[in-house]
Design a protein around this ligand. Structure first.
Ligand code: NAP
Length: 699
């Protein structure tokens, strides 16, 4: 019997002893699909899933939640570096999953890069605390004693991720990064096929010692009765088939106890060739190349792969010929051979499923252009192999191989919009008008991604706006972006991944969105002082502290939220305005021509430049000598509200609003609320001033 992969649960690695009856009855075997060699087994027999959930909740959760967003971000980066140093080992194991070296790059290097990306999100877009403010303070009362603020906090539950077989590393890390940043302990359940690779990466993560104990557990094998132990504060993030998603969504933990359930499921993604992109254009060639890439990368086992290729009816034959030609040049074989461009599917069973799906499509009316022909009619070369057959060169290939298969069908063939052949399979579908093409795309009932290949802005606009409601991502490809385009099939950490309807209705990635996805958003209402106390961020109209010296003289260990400097008043004269106009070259008539300015609906006559107001304000709150404030790195939310006429006087009130010490630097950011008023206490301008300030000895 092969070795049983260990699971990491409750702080230790465990597997049923190979000679126990439990192990024998529950084990599922993982084989190298290229060779058929059995590699390992998985079995979660004997695991106490109630203890696993409790370990995550009681040990992992408190450990992760004790860290600020920035501290979690630093750990994610250290983890990414740690895994990057060990990537060669993962690449070697990846070959045993049927993935070519190039496929491995998407999975392994792509996966590690999501950790870098989420480290950056946590450290750069979130505060160095455990509460994230979602939007600004909402005014709720006339006298401003009652206001509202949305906050996001970590849920005291566990996030369970259940992944598909196709990306054993990326699939885990693209979920782990945001979950960990959100303060969640994570239980990972990889698909059985490919679990040997997830196991290797998780082993290294645990060995690194970078994570608090309980922050990550691994289950190799089935999830047993884990769902019985999930409840309101827990989350299941699932990637896999729509059928499995339905089973999970109907579990009592979801339906009765309110466990959050997110699904990333099947998808019949489209790619449209614009009517302008006739044979001979750059876009035509780009379309053909992209389609072949999407059919053959990971042997088409990508949730984002193109399944429906929509082409102008007039170009159908030309596209079919060009794609078939290119597919004929794809070297199919064992990933262990460096020349291989396309490997086998993950398993012989998966290949059987794909051949069955091709059969469904052809029996519904699709025709085979090239590749596997259920009727055995295509006859020639690499395209002809069926179950367990040989390649065109006569080399024996295992039953896990399926020839890249291009079909063509009229849009009326319902199966084309329904049957997902999760392998190297796509169907050409002709269209005669753009509205029809948009309608065909929507017949997938919701997909992860669509693409339009065209150099005509009107075509692109119509297709993108028409298909966007049915898709999580839409890519436009043309001669201008082709060189740097990341391609139809690549989800990116900064952009959302997921689709409506059949695609599962979930949303992952998308930068900070995916972190917030795993948190609880709550609307908090109270006085500005209470909001300030709760969030650690100064709310407008909360108390200001003007005693204790100029806040610019304080380092981060001394500065407190609400510390305030009031500067002014300073009169703005006509000479000031004229001087500023001449000095800067900003001679816009509102500052230089009394009559024209007075005719403007917004101004009483000549007024001061907004930038003059901001500059005078800086002069009113500055502390000139060297001190803990290192730099002003910008302004945000600048609004000019009441115009300033010659003779008006300005007062500025600057209040420490948010203090963000950096984990890895000797300084941090301070955001200051800046309020400029005139002699009548009218608000002239509001904005946030952003500064870098030294931490000082104890910050
Ligand atoms: P699958 O059969 O649905 O399995 C997905 C995962 O669910 C595997 O880890 C599987 O474990 C587990 N699982 C199955 N039944 C379960 C149950 N009753 N309780 C708990 N876990 C269960 O899908 P797959 O064959 O691995 O993946 C292919 C499908 O995934 C395709 O349809 C593809 O479109 C979809 N996919 C979607 C995305 C996306 O982002 N939208 C990405 C990749 C793949 P075992 O392997 O141990 O059975």
């Amino acid at each position: 019997m092969t070795e049983i992969l260990t699971s990491y649960v409750c702080g230790k690695w465990t597997a049923p002893a190979a000679d126990t009856p439990a192990a024998h009855s529950a084990v599922r075997t993982i084989s190298d699909p290229a060779t058929g060699t059995a590699l390992a087994g998985v079995s979660s027999a004997g695991i106490d899933f109630s203890a696993v959930a409790a370990h995550a909740r009681d040990t992992g959760g408190p450990g992760v939640r004790a860290l600020t967003f920035h501290q979690r971000g630093v750990i994610l980066k250290q983890l990414a570096v740690y895994l990057n140093e060990r990537r060669e080992r993962y690449h070697a194991i990846s070959l045993t999953t049927g993935a070519t070296a190039r496929d491995g790059l998407i999975d392994i290097d792509g996966g590690i890069s999501t950790l870098f990306s989420y480290s950056s999100v946590a450290r750069r877009q979130m505060p160095n605390s455990t509460v994230y403010l979602d939007g600004g303070v909402e005014r709720l009362s006339t006298n401003q004693t009652f206001a509202g603020q949305h906050i996001c906090t970590a849920r005291p539950g566990v996030s369970v991720q259940i992944n598909a077989f196709n990306f054993p590393v990326w699939g885990m890390l693209e979920k782990f990064g945001p979950m960990f940043a959100a303060g969640q302990p994570v239980i990972v359940k990889p698909a059985t096929n490919g679990a040997q690779l997830t196991h290797a990466v998780v082993s290294d993560i645990i060995e690194s010692g970078l994570l608090p104990e309980g922050a990550l557990q691994l289950i190799c094998g089935s999830t047993g009765d884990l769902f019985e132990h999930l409840a309101e504060q827990d989350t299941i993030a699932f990637t896999g088939s729509a059928a499995t998603a339905r089973t999970m969504a109907s579990h009592a933990c979801v339906t009765d106890r309110g466990t959050r359930f997110f699904a990333e499921a099947d998808s019949l993604n489209f790619s449209l060739l614009g009517p302008d992109a006739a044979p001979g254009t750059e876009e035509f060639d780009l379309y053909v190349k992209q389609l072949v890439t999407e059919m053959t990368a990971k042997a088409g086992q990508k949730c984002t792969a193109i399944r429906r290729a929509l082409v102008p009816a007039a170009h159908l034959d030309a596209v079919a010929e060009a794609v078939a030609d290119r597919l004929g040049n794809v070297t199919v074989g064992s990933p262990h051979d460096e020349a291989t461009r396309m490997g086998p599917l993950i398993s012989a069973d998966q290949a059987d499923d794909v051949r069955a799906a091709i059969r469904s499509l052809t029996s519904a009316g699709a025709e085979v252009v090239c590749g596997f022909d259920p009727a055995g009619a295509s006859g020639e070369g690499a395209g002809a192999w069926g179950e367990g057959a040989a390649s065109g060169e006569g080399d024996a290939l295992s039953p896990a191989f399926v020839a890249p298969t291009l079909l063509k069908a009229s849009a009326d063939v319902d199966a084309v919009h329904d049957v997902e052949a999760f392998g190297p399979v796509a169907t050409l579908v002709p269209y005669t008008s753009l509205p029809e093409a948009v309608e065909i795309a929507a017949r997938g009932r919701g997909s992860l991604v669509g693409s339009v290949v065209s150099h005509d802005p009107e075509v692109v606009r119509e297709v993108v706006l028409g298909t966007a409601p049915w898709h999580g991502r839409v890519l436009v490809l043309d001669r201008d972006d082709a060189q740097e385009s990341t391609g139809h099939g690549s989800p990116l950490p900064t952009l959302v991944h997921g689709g409506p309807g059949r695609a599962g209705g979930g949303e992952e990635l998308g930068g900070i969105r995916s972190v917030l996805h795993y948190m609880q958003r709550t609307a908090v209402q109270g006085s500005p002082d209470m909001l300030t106390a709760i969030t650690g961020t100064w709310a407008p109209e909360a108390k200001r502290q003007t005693e204790g010296g100029h806040p610019f003289g304080k380092n981060l260990s001394e500065l407190r939220i609400g510390d305030t400097i009031v500067g002014g008043p300073r009169e703005v004269t006509l000479e000031d305005i004229e001087h500023f106009a001449e000095f800067t070259g900003d001679t816009f008539y509102a500052h230089t021509d009394e009559e024209a300015a007075a005719a403007n609906p917004f101004f009483p006559g000549r007024v001061a430049h907004g930038y003059l107001v901001v500059s005078f304000a800086a002069g009113l709150f500055v502390k000139p000598e060297p001190g803990p404030v290192l730099a002003n790195y910008g302004l945000e939310n600048l609004r000019f509200i009441t115009p300033v006429s010659p003779g008006d006087t300005l007062t500025v009130t600057l209040t420490a609003k948010q203090i963000t010490p950096r984990e890895t630097d000797e300084y941090g950011e301070v955001r200051w609320d800046s309020l400029v008023t005139n002699q009548n206490d009218e608000i002239v301008a509001t904005y946030d001033v952003l500064t870098l300030v030294e931490k000082g000895p104890t910050a």
